[in-house]
Design a protein around this ligand. Sequence first.
Ligand SMILES: Nc1ncnc2c1ncn2[C@@H]1O[C@H](COP(=O)(O)OP(=O)(O)O)[C@@H](O)[C@H]1O
Ligand SMILES: [Mg+2]
Length: 311
Amino acid sequence: MEAAVGTTPMIYCEGLVKIYKTDEVEVVALHGLNLTVEQGEMMAIIGNSGSGKSTLLNILGGLDRPSAGQAHVGRWNLLKMTKEQLITYKRETVGFIWQNNGRNLVPYLTALQNVELPMLIHGKLDRAYAKQLLAAVGLEHRMGSRLTQLSGGEQQRVALAISLANRPQLVLADEPTGSVDHATGERILEIFRRLNREMGVTIVIVTHDLSVADRVDRVVAIRDGLTSTEWIKREGDGLGNESEMSARPEQDARFGSRHERFVVLDQVGRLQIPKDYLEQMKVEGKAVLSFDGKRVTIGPPEIVEENSDSS
Ligand SMILES: Nc1ncnc2c1ncn2[C@@H]1O[C@H](COP(=O)(O)OP(=O)(O)O)[C@@H](O)[C@H]1O
Ligand SMILES: [Mg+2]
């Protein structure tokens, strides 16, 4: 990417594909996802369970490798990084808040020790900064408490402080309000907002919780591993209800009604056709492929035969 300094997006994904292979089955979790997040944004990616949110976040966080497409975070190309670069990337560029709190926190350590741990691991202990972070999340009075003595919401705030310990440019949060009550969730989002404003850190939250939409600058919907048309929240204009969200077209607006999607061909030439395409084509069991030397058309037997001599 050759964009000028300052205009490089924080995140740039195009046609991002992730396929999980487990024994016999292949699950396509991301189907060619497009996403751009600018530096300094605080945005949310909202979708139902199984839509690919954690998959996307794990790829952006360097915890999992993409299968195909493009994924850049700042100056890093996530498809081309070596193992060593990945370690540097995770250490310096991203902070992560996992859906499962147990992954963020060490229960028998104090709040302060938990925040200092990633600093120690990376050889840069800065106790004053660790304290400052705990103060920023409203836990200055609980710094010496063991994690087991803190409430779920307080633990989540410790997780937030930990994610910032190595001064990342980007914080990725997987369902950060998922396991706390509404008021605590609001408080956590307020803290995110303050950290975003005061430290300029870019924040990406993935969640199934529609109420998060009111607390971020921008919302992108995700369904079946694809982001829908992005829309910018105008001032005072909430996202609306779920039915409004599900009425949004799935594919990128650029594709109009052509319904283009990226699919991946495996080594033996198999590809997976999205279920809704099959349903619309009414293809079951058998399909016909026609090939004009450039493009393959797939359809139910009679329709492909009808169209096969038109260009
Ligand atoms: N490690 C994995 N192995 C196989 N399939 C997976 C794995 N992780 C996620 N999936 C599948 O990928 C899809 C997207 O999952 P995920 O990204 O966890 O969704 P979300 O976070 O939106 O609930 C689901 O169909 C899920 O079953
Ligand atoms: Mg998830």
